[in-house]
Design a protein around this ligand. Sequence first.
Ligand SMILES: [Fe+2]
Length: 249
Amino acid sequence: MAVFAILSDIHGNLEALDAVLQDISAWNVDKIIHLGDVVGYNANPCEVIEEVQRRRIQGVQGNHDIAALDIKMAEGFNLVAYRAILFTRQQLETIHFEYLKSLPFSLLLEGSYLFFHGSPESVNTYIANVFQARRAFNYLIKQLPSVRIAFFGHTHVPKIWSRDVRGKIRAVTWSDELIRLSPDEMYLINPGSVGQPRQKNNRASYLLMNTDKLEVRFRSVSYDILKAQKKILDAKLPEFLAVRLAEGI
Ligand SMILES: [Fe+2]
């Protein structure tokens, strides 16, 4: 039983990661976990990998992590994401590639908490609507029946999906307040993105989960966006990647 801090989609944004780690230090956190996409989009892929390793943050592989290892896996990316992966591959050294290679597809903690990037079936699949949430719940019930709560990223938007005993699925409305989960329901929870938030709020987003009390809390943290933007422009990455950080899109 523990308090987890759950981070996703850091995407090479060192300023956002530093601000989130600073915020985490104010809570009694036992373990920090990331949900993949450590690299891509932003200017500091190596520094972010090194910080994640230094802080012993356990995590899983995202689609951008896989694309950084094998450029063929980036063929479906939009042009901006593709250019950022080319930049990322130029920056990474052997130790960074080794780290990305070492990440598993998913993590199971305490028997009932599962962590993955996109969906329980694929790093590339989104859980972005009720149909995709139903498919993910059905997969878990069949393949991993011990799982009660699964954490996912990939959409960059904070979200909680619940499934009650009747099989009814709904999006849980939430705020920055403490959210008490029901022991009778299953959940799919997205902490939002640290390094490229897309909820039209430019603050870095992550989640705290108390497994004793079955409570979660979304945290959103302001960080030095100007510095992250300047690094993007200095690295000659597409300008849109700087613009979107400020807009939270
Ligand atoms: Fe991502």
